[in-house]
Design a protein. Structure first.
Length: 250
């Protein structure tokens, strides 16, 4: 029978994996760097994944396909431990961008023969990945956590980023000048709308171009329609000190 089902234009697909993490049925996977429908009867044809694709590679077509099978989907998800979102590799099929919720690290001793001192300050990072292009919209590490939107240069300029900003919070990292920022507003708006995030802290550098990070967050806030959300901005100097703090919303 003919029915509605997702079709993927592989010439447009970059393998970012955002559609994979938005498909609650687990119908999509990254295979050889491209998104693919793994089995037609896993796809409900409703198109929840379409809005997550920054390249416009997904659309709904009508073609011959078996009926959507909720029972088969349930078996499929159970076989993946009920967590296909967390297990799915993301950008370009790279396993290094798979989602992880992790415990803060412990300080480690020096590596013998490496010529480096022992680690003095353990990491407070509780997640992976961190880059805004790579994080899934509904990653488990966002749920109920304050979110730090962090300038890429911030951790290099300030040695205090981890204990001051990352401890107990989720984070996304972006550069408004050098990144491909076109999808950022929509992506961040979806993150804010889909997770119970109570507060956003923009941590940016004092240089003028970094003000674009605050602008991206402001536009995302408007699109997410989160009137209850608290948004703060912290500006760091190029040597790392906090130069200013202000409340932007809430």
């Amino acid at each position: 029978m003919e029915r509605k089902i997702i079709e993927i234009d592989e010439s447009l697909c970059t393998g970012c994996g955002l559609c994979v993490t938005s498909c609650e049925e687990g119908a999509l996977q990254i295979v050889d760097g491209k998104a693919r429908v793994v089995k037609d009867d896993f796809c409900d044809g409703l198109g929840a994944c379409i809005g997550e694709c920054p390249e416009g590679a997904l659309h709904i077509v009508e073609r011959e396909a078996p009926d959507f099978d909720p029972a088969a989907v349930a078996v499929h998800l159970r076989a993946q431990g009920g967590a296909h979102h967390a297990a799915a590799p993301l950008a370009c099929g790279c396993p290094g961008s798979a989602v992880k919720v992790q415990q803060p690290a412990q300080a480690t001793p020096a590596v013998a023969g490496a010529g480096l001192p022992a680690q003095l300050h353990p990491s407070d990072l509780g997640q992976w990945p961190v880059q805004l292009h790579l994080v899934p919209v509904q990653a488990p590490f966002f749920r109920g956590k304050e979110l730090v939107v962090l300038s890429t240069c911030g951790p290099v300029a300030s040695a205090d980023i981890h204990w001051r900003f990352l401890r107990g919070r989720a984070v996304v990292v972006a550069c408004p000048k050098l990144d491909r920022t076109e999808p950022y507003v929509e992506k961040l708006a979806a993150i804010l709308a889909s997770n119970a995030i109570p507060r956003v802290i923009v941590v940016r550098m004092e240089v003028p171009c970094c003000g674009g990070l605050t602008a991206i967050v402001h536009q995302a806030l408007l699109r997410a329609r989160r009137a209850d959300l608290v948004v703060d901005e912290v500006v760091l100097g190029t040597h790392g000190p906090v130069l200013s703090e202000r409340r932007l919303h809430g």
